[in-house]
Design a binder for this molecule. Structure first.
Ligand code: SF4
Ligand code: SF4
Length: 97
């Protein structure tokens, strides 16, 4: 699923530079997330980075953009210009051991 920012956003600008997909930008009144760019950080991190840093917890799941983990990974590959079905050459490991 893509995430979304609610009107509780205080425009602190903490989340925008943390997004690996550049999906966050300033909207008309507060920050917004572009659903076509948000992979819920799948492919980059174990958890959504914007949610981790938001001080007011105003970034829930966007119910209008429900996607499976496979769909999010496919979106990640498309954003990187990779074939959506091809193996990811540098897929990050969650807990390398
Ligand atoms: Fe960006 Fe990740 Fe937040 Fe989506 S969940 S907006 S990809 S930081
Ligand atoms: Fe808004 Fe939270 Fe992002 Fe700050 S971190 S700009 S409060 S969504």
């Amino acid at each position: 699923m893509a995430l979304m920012i609610t009107d509780e956003c205080i425009n602190c600008d903490v989340c925008e530079p943390e997004c690996p997909n550049e999906a966050i930008s300033m909207g008309e009144d507060y920050y917004v997330i572009a659903p076509d760019k948000c992979t819920e950080c799948v492919g980059h991190f174990d958890a959504p980075q914007c949610v981790q840093v938001c001080p007011v917890e105003c970034i829930p799941i966007n119910p209008e953009h429900v996607e499976s983990p496979d769909q999010l990974m496919a979106k990640y590959r498309v954003l990187l210009g990779l074939d959506a079905c091809a193996p990811v050459p540098h897929a990050p490991t969650a807990n390398p051991s």
